[in-house]
Design a binder for this molecule. Structure first.
Ligand code: S3P
Length: 434
């Protein structure tokens, strides 16, 4: 994995009308909820990436019949009570979302299971998910907090009232999935909005779920498939195009058919506060409560800001891009309250501090963020630190550098955005293998 190096050359202007592949978070949930409901679900525009293939593989091991043909996925689920004992270790590769959501499902089964992943995933915290599941009566053991996670079978989980102390959609989703296997009502209290794709899709699958400003209540019981799901383009992938358009000169890009879920709009809001020229148009949607639309971006003179705390959770996956935006902006940008970045595919604060320093940008590291002074980027050799989003964000530095930016260890891009290089080159970037 470590040898795959990408070189990104100096950029002139960027132009084009593009679509990005389907949303990763939504794609995981379409497979999982289809597996847990009875009968056929047809899924269009799902993301074909390594992380989604892990969710598909584990769903197949647990008994779902899944066919992939001509970019359409058909899932034949068996219903809640009929998952199959895997009888082998379940490997989730690099996918934090998959392992954590499946912890919720597997904690509620009669059979035992063992869940593990790759080098990066085996360093990520799992106790945050194990803790509420234990409070429901599940029997889980982590390896000093990390995978492998060993789950002992149970006959029944209890209902729970749980206050989310970490703003995490994965913890919330694991509890919601476990709750499906209970008889009564589970309530989650939360102060911070995190992505709500699980809640939206559970409604699409006719679950008894109610959401108000600070609580989510769910009553366990069978799901009914909506039979067809369209996955919108991934706003997190679109964000690479958005930033590239903003920081390159004389550029204009239109990104179509992209998800505009309000709990994911933090990056766009941060860019607007930094003086970005971004226009959003919402399309009419059918058969789901997910918002879809188009985004137009034009070259902008970005200005440094103090990133508001309220926008961190809804921009959490885009924060490496905020570091790059800050390096291209006039003045100082301060990022605080973002300690969660240390628990992603890499320690994203450390990775971005290292890489921006190598790119000749002045940056001070905080425990929960960094202070970055905009300046002149000088392209050089960087590392992805085993992290797809660090790799892709850093390759964009070439939009503002006279010399090429080289990032080693880039195969991980396939976990979330396998067509990144092709799509970026189609708008005028020049990224190639070393
Ligand atoms: C995700 C939730 C987020 C995000 C991850 C995808 C999801 O993680 O960073 O890439 O699909 O639920 P947390 O919920 O742990 O913050």
């Amino acid at each position: 994995m470590s040898s795959f190096t990408l070189v990104s050359n100096k950029v002139n202007s960027l132009h084009g009308e593009i679509e990005v592949p389907g949303d990763k978070s939504i794609s995981h949930r379409t497979v999982i909820l289809s597996m847990l409901s009875e009968g056929q679900t047809v899924i269009e525009n799902y993301l074909s990436s390594e992380d989604i293939f892990r969710t598909i593989e584990v769903s197949r091991i647990l008994g779902a019949d899944i066919h992939l043909k001509n970019e359409i996925m058909e899932v034949y689920g068996k219903g809640l009570g009929k998952l199959v004992d895997p009888k082998k270790i379940l490997n989730f590769g690099n996918s934090g979302t998959s392992i954590r959501l499946f912890m919720g499902i597997l904690a509620a089964q009669k059979f035992d299971s063992v869940l593990t992943g790759d080098r990066s995933l085996r360093k990520r915290p799992m106790e945050r998910v194990a803790k509420p599941l234990r409070a429901m009566g599940a029997n889980l053991e982590t390896n000093n907090g990390n995978p492998p996670v060993k789950i002992k079978g149970t006959n029944k989980l209890n209902n729970l009232r749980y206050k989310l102390d970490i703003p995490s959609a994965q913890i919330k989703s694991a509890i919601l999935l476990a709750s499906l296997f209970t008889n009564g009502k589970t309530v989650i209290e939360t102060d911070t909005d995190t992505r709500d794709h699980t809640e939206i899709m559970l409604k699409d699958f006719s679950s008894q779920i109610e959401v108000d400003e600070k609580t989510i209540s769910i009553v366990g019981g069978e799901l009914v498939s909506p039979e067809y799901i369209y996955v919108p383009g991934d706003l997190s992938s679109a964000s690479f195009l958005i930033l590239a358009g903003l920081i390159s000169k004389d550029s204009e890009l239109k990104i179509k058919n992209v998800g505009l879920n309000p709990t994911r709009m933090g990056f766009i809001e941060i860019m607007k506060l930094m003086n970005a020229d971004i226009q959003i148009n919402t399309d009419k949607t059918f058969n789901t409560n997910e918002k879809i639309g188009s985004i137009v971006v034009r070259s902008s003179n970005l200005k440094g800001i103090e990133v508001p705390k309220r926008l961190i959770a809804s921009a959490i996956d885009e924060m490496p891009l905020v570091f790059i935006a800050a390096a291209c902006a006039e003045g100082y940008t301060s990022i605080k309250n973002a300690k969660e970045l240390r628990y992603k595919e890499s320690d994203r604060i450390k990775a971005m501090v290292n890489n921006l320093t190598s790119l000749s940008i002045e940056i001070n590291e905080y425990d929960d963020g960094a202070r970055i002074k905009g300046g002149t980027i000088r392209g050089t050799n960087l590392d992805s630190f085993d992290d797809h989003r660090v790799a892709m964000a850093c390759l964009l530095a070439s939009c503002r550098s006279e010399t090429p930016v080289t990032v080693k260890n880039c195969l991980n891009i396939n976990t979330s955005f396998p067509t990144f290089k092709e799509i970026m080159n189609s708008i005028g970037m020049n990224i190639h293998e070393a």
